[in-house]
Design a protein around this ligand. Sequence first.
Ligand code: ATP
Ligand code: BTN
Length: 244
Amino acid sequence: WLHDLQIHQSIDSTNAELRRQTPFGRRASVCLAESQSAGRGRRGRSWVSPFASSIYLSVGWQFRGGAEVLEGLSLAIGVAVGEALGELGVDSIALKWPNDIYLDGKKLAGILVEMSGDFSGPCDVVVGIGINVQLPDGAAEGIEQPWADLRDSGQGAFTRSVLVGKLLSHLLPALATYEEHGFAPWRERWLAMDAFAGRPVIVDNNGRRLSGTAAGVDARGALLLSTGAGVQSIYGGEVSLRLQ
Ligand code: ATP
Ligand code: BTN
């Protein structure tokens, strides 16, 4: 499965580092850091990344086939992370479409999938995962929404190397399965962890707002939004979802 495992004391962003190392081979490149000076979320937002208190993990993988099949990937990765945490006793994980992982309604972790390369042929994909383990006092001041770390799970202290081992044992097979079968085999498991199922939500597409009821996801990972005009499929990209 594994081509190499890189561990940095400090780096700008584990995703950025792996993107500098493309093209990837047929096995995974894994990059970990103790801290990030420019950790990033979606759409240029930053990911608060203090030293030795979280997991900053990226996996580089070359997908055969085009990028159009990758729209459900961050959902499948969310399932893999949720199931890995579940095996460690963290049982109240919920997933917010398309890329957030919640613990008791607060953001515990995020997923950032980036791709580069020729979209019609093999595509280099970087899957980045940030999980708050034990944020130091004051570090969370930069976080503009309710957040959680693994102390809130009530499971005692977590050893980050154990967590990383557990995560990789789920993530690498997940990438291989996704490459072969796409999102369809993940759908039921994603629905079982859906944070917003049946709840009134607002979808914000660069200021263009749609409200409706969250009705799960389809076989490609598109959000299903039930509105007065019927059920609409919403694709990821630049879209944001929040409760009404
Ligand atoms: P959406 O993806 O639906 O737009 P979002 O508001 O969570 O939702 P993202 O770009 O996915 O946006 O994530 C970045 C956001 O995550 C930041 O704006 C910040 O509010 C929050 N954030 C940053 N660092 C952390 C962290 N360490 N833990 C939890 N949340 C964080
Ligand atoms: C989000 O919720 O918007 C996604 C956050 C992803 C953060 C992780 S931390 C490891 C990897 N490196 C980055 O710069 N971002 C991802």
